[in-house]
Design a protein around this ligand. Structure first.
Ligand code: HEM
Length: 136
């Protein structure tokens, strides 16, 4: 079928991202960008100094979110992204900084242009929900 969606059903996104190892690499690069980009200083400061747990949590969350195994839930329990960010002051600058780090990290992966564009577009959805649920 010519217009069948390429991603977003079953585990197609998880596979396109290279499974758990691919997602781990994406998240490592994401936090490297967060530690380097001047625009991201505001959001790096919201995180703990040691990013080990943040890396693991985001990796495992994204696995399930992309249609792969639900390891986050097994290890850390239930998560609701807007609710679990509601204690943070996240406005447009923080949202843009987060998405910029993701955009840069995605660009470093060996993804097809189609998947890179799709993934960043999908990540905007929870990022917007966080913004509306935040105190800022
Ligand atoms: C909109 C901009 C965002 C900012 C500024 C932000 C910031 C943060 C911060 C500071 C933490 C650590 C919280 C703490 O230690 O209390 C965190 C945790 C987390 N974030 Fe975000 N985040 C954003 C967007 C997202 C999005 C879009 C996702 C998912 C696609 C996400 C997934 C997660 C996950 C899974 C955790 C770990 C939650 C936990 O188990 O405690 N974040 N985020």
């Amino acid at each position: 079928m010519a217009d069948a969606p390429l991603y977003g059903f079953s585990d197609t996104s998880f596979q396109a991202a290279g499974g758990i190892e691919g997602i781990r690499q994406l998240v490592d690069d994401f936090y490297l960008e967060m530690g380097t980009l001047p625009e991201a200083k505001i959001i790096r400061e919201m995180h703990k100094t040691d990013l080990t747990e943040s890396r693991d949590k985001l990796t495992l969350f994204l696995c399930g979110w992309m249609g792969g195994p639900s390891i986050y839930r097994e290890k850390y329990g239930n998560i609701n992204i807007p609710r679990d960010h509601a204690h943070l002051a996240i406005g447009e600058a923080e949202r843009d900084a987060w998405l910029l780090c993701m955009e840069r990290a995605i660009a470093k992966q060996n993804y097809s242009v189609e998947f890179a564009t799709y993934l960043l577009g999908q990540l905007r959805i929870p990022a917007e929900r966080i913004l509306s649920a935040s105190k800022k």
